[in-house]
Write a protein that binds this ligand. Structure first.
Ligand SMILES: Nc1ncnc2c1ncn2[C@@H]1O[C@H](COP(=O)(O)OP(=O)(O)O)[C@@H](O)[C@H]1O
Ligand SMILES: O=C(O)C1=C[C@@H](OP(=O)(O)O)[C@@H](O)[C@H](O)C1
Length: 308
């Protein structure tokens, strides 16, 4: 009983730490999970390829919760390998959880889908397609539960989890785990990841709550479909709240559709609308080039996570 799946990293449009409303978009950076189930095993043993010392509790809980819900409580092994840097604001926890839950479904021989309808309902929890055993949104909610239990999130991060699972841009209410908007988006993406790490669970929530009026404004812009402006305002507000330098954003603004600190940082993400000739991510890369850390060019993804 072996299963495999891959899920996306994501960038932030609205950090949910201020108000519980968040928004994010899937990018073409993946985490892959392989799950081997063993009905005789006592528990679940996790391994993270890139970092032998990283905490495997999240992915072990994902397997256990998934076999409890959709299997017979099987134990086994789970291994992730990832292009999403851990705790850098690019949603490594959501990608690992989503890939692991889907890989467990695959190992259980379950069909994963979106319910069968070519509408917004296609990403609902309940499948109306008899060929679908588990919807991606139900799998996503299970990963969010595991993240809460593992203590790696403040709000549950349903915004990041849906962007990673479904692709495109999503706007969510993380208090209710409710998907408010999902829309395809086509952007070129430049990511700067400084060498330091910032675990979401350690973020200064009170400082984020202080910028709630700005977060409300960002939510209004996002719900109006003005994702780029939303993202840039988010970046200025949360860089200030969390003590990150806003210079990279100011440098990027003349050349990008939008730029923001991603999540609780430290990565900064600039995006360029593929149709806008005024944008130039090479110029942003030049401006950011002397900073320590890594620069990565990628694109948005609208397909989301999948069994492999
Ligand atoms: N590739 C991975 N495999 C397993 N668990 C992971 C992986 N990446 C991240 N995690 C889990 O997520 C935690 C980091 O979560 P978080 O601080 O929210 O970072 P991010 O902003 O990247 O999601 C790690 O401590 C680990 O428990
Ligand atoms: O833990 C959480 O509830 C969240 C963490 C942040 O993301 P990162 O995990 O990328 O820092 C934030 O953007 C998200 O809206 C909610």
């Amino acid at each position: 009983m072996e299963g495999r799946a891959a899920a996306l990293g994501a960038g932030t449009v609205l950090n949910a730490l201020a108000t519980g409303t968040g928004a994010a978009f899937g990018i073409d950076v993946e985490t892959r999970a392989t799950v081997e189930l063993d009905p005789a095993a006592d528990g679940v043993e996790g391994k993270i390829a890139e970092d032998a010392d990283a905490d495997t509790d999240l992915i072990e809980r994902c397997v256990a919760l998934a076999t409890e819900r959709w299997g017979d409580g099987e134990g086994g092994r789970v291994r992730t390998d990832s292009d999403v840097p851990l705790a850098a604001g690019l949603k490594s926890s959501s990608a690992a959880a989503n890939a692991t839950v889907l890989a467990t479904c695959d190992a259980l021989g379950l069909a994963v889908g979106d319910g069968g309808r070519a509408s917004d309902d296609a990403v609902g929890d309940d499948a109306d397609d008899p060929a679908v055993d588990v919807t991606r949104l139900a799998a996503c909610r299970l990963g969010v539960r595991a993240a809460r239990e593992a203590g790696v999130t403040v709000t549950g991060a349903f915004d990041d989890a849906t962007a990673s699972m479904l692709g495109g841009v999503t706007v969510t209410d993380n208090d209710a785990d409710e998907l408010r908007v999902r829309e395809a988006v086509d952007w070129d993406v430049l990511v700067w990841t400084p060498p330091e790490r910032a675990y979401s669970a350690d973020a200064d929530v009170a400082r984020c709550e202080a910028v709630a009026p700005m977060a409300d404004l960002v939510a209004d812009l996002a719900l109006d479909g003005r994702y780029g402006e939303a993202m840039t305002v988010n970046g200025l507000a949360f860089s200030a709240a969390l003590g990150f330098d806003a210079d990279p954003a100011v440098e990027a603004m003349p050349h990008a559709t939008a730029v923001s600190l991603s999540g609780t940082g430290p990565s900064v993400v600039a995006v360029a609308d593929s149709d806008d000739p005024e944008t130039d991510l090479d110029a942003v890369a030049d401006a950011w080039g002397d900073r320590p850390g890594t620069l990565r060019r990628t694109t948005t993804r609208n397909d989301g996570a999948a069994v492999e």
